[in-house]
Design a protein. Structure first.
Length: 480
């Protein structure tokens, strides 16, 4: 009754706010105050006769669009973005009622029924639980120390993780110094950072001027000395303990004694890494999830010697860059990877038993995951835990965070097929792992299917039909 469908539906279906200028053009706003809000509002009210929403007719254009299938299209798009969610269908039901010729009172009755249905749904209860759980998780009982100011950040490693972390800070206006060991690695990392912002510009999510301002906050370097005035340092190099210690020793020599030094390790013992510092109280883990500029979770890992100032600063840092920061203990895999290990292990085991790679991913996505475990492996990189097992000298390692079967992943890594980060020019692939990637599209690599058959033959396993229900239960029951 107030706005056109193309303005109202995105707000209804996503819950995202609208820009003031767009809302004004779309009819949601009558005017924007430029001076005193009360005076201008009173003047507007006195100049116009009352116009209750209940007495306004539904726009004819909205009725025609609804008849033409606009609501069906909007629902399909919403369900694609929010798989399994029940609210979009109820929202479209209410809009459809408004455009159908019902009276305002009849429309309110439809809204009332849909509201009650949603209010007492399992999803409503789950979302309320999540809302409060996220806020509780961000609090640290008894922590009263003030956080240190974070005016400049240094990052060691310009790869997928280091670059993503740099983007998080630059987008909040924080200058970032990015270091890598070789010029070619540094150049590639800076290119990837630029590609993130240029991609957003192409999609209309970012202006060219804003992208340039972000890039202006990034300083690439090969010298640890450029970290001398940084308030926080985050190490994001490969998961090799001697390398992490070497980086920490270099950081200690080239940073202020009050600078906070963090490691992005996903599972190494942070107490051992911190032991290289004269003052280990200024160290803790900051475990970002890949891609760091997209994923919201941040595990801040407390060591046995982390000071309250360090903890408070890392929790404040997470909030500053819009992460859902959770304080966890320093144990094998922390929390996230302890949950992820059996999930990924079952996915690989299901594939060996006969489930297709596409089937495993599809079941997970239909359940509500943004992507399946196979696609996730290609995104994060299969080499991470492979390298850790090699460094540990135990390729058959079985712990709470290392779970086989490993044969398929080992074969991929031995052939330098880590996933999206390893292109294969021979077949014009932008990335190769379990899937052959071509830009944003992907297909299961036929050689992976052949290799699975070889693994089954070597183990004496006969492929069987695996139901979707079994896939669902084996993936998610370990997480509960």
């Amino acid at each position: 009754r107030v706005a056109h469908l193309e303005v109202a539906l995105p707000m209804l279906l996503t819950g995202l706010p609208s820009r003031v200028d767009k809302a004004l053009r779309g009819g949601i706003l009558d005017a924007v105050a430029k001076g005193d809000l009360i005076d201008e509002a009173a003047s507007l009210a006195l100049m116009r006769p009352p116009a209750p929403i209940s007495q306004r007719p539904v726009l004819k254009s909205n009725r025609f669009k609804a008849l033409g299938g606009a609501l069906d299209l909007a629902l399909a798009q919403a369900m694609n973005r929010a798989r399994g969610m029940v609210a979009p269908e109820s929202i479209i039901t209410c809009v459809r009622a408004a455009c159908s010729g019902m009276s305002f009172r009849e429309g309110l009755e439809v809204e009332g029924r849909e509201f009650v249905k949603l209010l007492f749904s399992v999803q409503s209860a789950a979302l309320r639980h999540l809302f409060f759980a996220e806020r509780i998780a961000n609090r640290v009982p008894g922590l009263k120390e003030a956080p240190a100011p974070i005016r400049k950040v240094g990052i060691v490693g310009s790869g997928l993780m280091g670059g993503g972390i740099a983007v998080c800070f630059a987008q909040k206006g924080v200058p970032v110094v990015v270091l890598d060991a070789k010029q070619e690695w540094l150049d590639a990392g800076i290119r990837n950072i630029c590609n993130i912002w240029s991609g957003q510009v192409k999609r209309g999510r970012l202006t060219e001027a804003k992208a340039q301002s972000y890039f202006g906050l990034i300083k690439p370097t090969l010298k640890y000395g450029d970290f001398s005035d940084c308030d926080m340092l985050i190490e994001a190099v490969p998961e090799i303990m001697p390398l992490k210690k070497e980086v920490f020793q270099a950081l200690e020599k080239n940073t202020r004694p009050d600078a906070i030094i963090c490691t992005n390790t996903s599972g190494l013992d942070i107490d051992e890494i911190a032991s290289t510092l004269k003052d280990p109280s200024r160290c803790m883990g900051t475990h970002f999830f890949s891609p760091a500029n997209v994923m919201q979770l941040l595990e801040n890992v407390r060591t046995s010697k982390s000071s309250n100032r360090t903890i408070a600063s890392c929790m404040a840092m997470g909030k500053m860059i819009n992460k859902k920061a959770v304080l966890v203990g320093n144990c094998d895999g922390f929390v996230g990877n302890r949950m992820l290990a059996p999930y990924a292990s079952e996915a690989r085991q299901l594939a060996e038993e006969g489930a297709s790679i596409d089937q495993v991913d599809a079941v997970a996505e239909d359940f509500g995951m943004a992507m399946g475990p196979m696609t996730l492996g290609d995104l994060v990189g299969h080499e991470l835990f492979w390298k850790q097992r090699k460094a540990a000298g135990d390729m058959k390692k079985q712990t709470k965070t290392y779970m086989g079967p490993y044969e398929l992943v080992d074969w991929l890594c031995e052939n330098n097929r880590f996933g999206q980060k390893t292109p294969d020019p021979k077949i014009k692939a932008t990335g190769r792992g379990l899937f052959i990637h071509s830009g944003r599209s992907k297909v299961v690599d036929p050689e992976v299917v052949t290799k699975l058959e070889e693994i089954r033959a070597a183990k004496g396993v006969t492929a069987r039909t695996v139901s979707d229900e079994e896939v669902l239960e084996r993936l998610f029951f370990p997480l509960i």
